[in-house]
Design a protein around this ligand. Structure first.
Ligand code: GLN
Length: 476
């Protein structure tokens, strides 16, 4: 049986049809990881024995006719999401030996459904970065071209799915970390609306921006994972009950009912590669050729978004990372007094990008600068959000590139943090506004995938899935 083209949907059919067992399927993916991970470094840890036990349990469920869509499906999990009793490094040396004491809510939900967790995937340290090169455990490589980055920070998850080392994976998106790597690796990624998926048990980066979401081979597969992990959670007070969120009558929508906007600020920016621009425009034009109404729109505060994000995110991260003090968590650098124990532990075990953000965040939150930076950024954030409120009165969804260019070369931007930050220009606004966004592949340039980003209104995930499926199934 050829397993190389499997999706979650088709694997589910094979499993429930009795054509393959969950143990066989899991063994297949463990072998895939074994043969590919040395080169790609997509997985930081593999839990082969535990995965096979989970697969056995899934086989019992399937036999008893209790299978859900994800029962027996082998998945990867970004290593900043807690899986009980497994090491969770968050890509950092400071958590090298940290064993999770409990499951994240998303993991509880996957387990309840009978999914199989193969292992933990690589990421930029504490999810700060856009290339996975900030991982303390070495970069992940892009399976389309190993001299290129897979994107980040969920680069391990995106590369693992693209290289068929698992059928789907979880990532986190604080400023693009699901959508951009999905684009660079030619797979599908969803950043859910803020409040759609519980953040309980995810290592916090920017708590007002973070969301966990799926990376998968198809839109349908991403939707299946999203369905399982989303919904209200008493352990995360920002989550919203599912039933109140659903948009009605999605199934009756046709392409010709759609109004699609393309933001002029995104397409007329200097940094956007012209071939990426043309490829994304071609995809948008396809929707128009199928009867959708396509129009230029404006998100006027876009030009402030990077500056706003890179104030708010480091501010939140400096507060969230205060807990890694060498006392309660992770590694400790011994010292003869408390203050130097803190500074030595943090200085020794946190990487340079993490230290940079803690410093900028602490600076913008300090007395005297708080008003000028943090408060001002919050005001602009409100304007950016209002841009989306206004635009979603005019159009159903927004289409744009996910990144100004295709996957860049390893090492190309590591020496210049500003260059790395600039690559986030099309993704951070969605997190500042809290809206949902889906990335899917819309072509290739020099054999490197180009991502189409579709942004939807708050809790418009089902609309994104529907539109994504139109494109995936029918576009040339
Ligand atoms: N690249 C962005 C950053 O470094 C986004 C990170 C993320 O979404 N986790 O902040």
């Amino acid at each position: 049986m050829d397993l190389s083209k499997l999706t979650i949907e088709s694997a589910h059919k094979l499993l429930t049809g009795g054509e393959i067992s969950a143990v066989e399927l899991t063994s297949h993916y463990l072998a895939q990881i074994d043969s590919k991970n040395k080169e790609l470094n997509a997985f930081l840890s593999v839990r082969a024995e535990k995965a096979l036990v989970e697969a056995k349990e899934a086989d019992v469920k399937i036999k008893n006719d209790q299978a859900g869509y994800l029962t027996g499906i082998p998945l990867g999990v970004k290593d900043n999401i807690l899986v009980k009793d497994d090491i969770c490094t968050a890509g950092s040396k400071i958590l090298e030996n940290y064993k999770a004491a409990y499951n994240a809510t998303v993991i509880e939900r996957l387990k309840r459904e009978g999914a199989v967790i193969l292992g933990k995937t690589n990421l930029d340290e504490f999810a700060m970065g856009s290339s996975t090169e900030n991982s303390a455990y070495g970069p992940t490589k892009n399976p389309h071209n190993v001299s290129r980055v897979p994107g980040g920070s969920s680069g391990g998850s995106a590369a693992a799915v693209a290289a068929d080392m698992c059928l789907g994976a979880l990532g986190t998106d604080t400023g693009g970390s699901i959508r951009q790597p999905a684009g660079f690796c030619g797979v599908v990624g969803l950043k859910p609306t803020y409040g759609a998926v519980s953040r309980f048990g995810a290592v916090a980066l920017g708590s007002s921006l973070d969301q966990i979401g799926p990376i998968a081979k198809t839109v349908k597969d991403a939707a299946l994972i999203y369905e399982t992990i989303s919904g209200h959670d008493p352990l995360d007070s920002t989550t919203v009950p599912s039933r109140e969120r659903a948009l009605n009558n999605i199934d009756e929508i046709n392409i010709s009912d759609l109004k699609i906007g393309w933001p002029k600020e995104y397409f007329n920016t200097d940094g956007l590669d012209s071939e990426v621009k043309n490829t994304v425009m071609k995809a948008i034009n396809w929707f128009e050729s199928q009867g959708a109404e396509v129009k230029e729109i404006s998100l006027p505060h876009t030009r402030y978004s990077l500056a706003t994000y890179y104030i708010i995110q480091p501010a939140e991260c400096s507060a969230n990372l205060a807990r890694y003090d060498g006392i309660r968590y992770g590694q400790r650098s011994e010292s003869d007094n408390l203050l130097s124990l803190y500074t030595q532990s943090r200085g020794k075990f946190l990487g340079s990008e993490v230290q940079r953000r803690i410093m900028t965040g602490t600076y913008t939150l300090s007395a005297g600068y708080y008003e000028a930076y943090y408060t001002q950024a919050q005001r602009i954030r409100a304007l950016i959000k209002q841009d989306f409120v206004n635009v979603f009165e005019e159009v159903d969804v927004i289409m744009a590139p996910v990144s100004p260019d295709v996957a860049f070369k390893l090492g190309e931007k590591t020496s210049d943090p500003l260059k790395m930050y600039a690559a986030d220009i099309f993704t951070v606004t969605a997190n500042l506004a809290g809206v949902c966004g889906l990335t899917l592949n819309c072509g290739k340039i020099n054999k490197l995938p180009v991502g189409l980003q579709i942004l939807g209104p708050w809790f418009g995930e089902n609309l994104l899935f529907k539109i994504g499926e139109f494109y995936e199934q029918d576009a040339p």
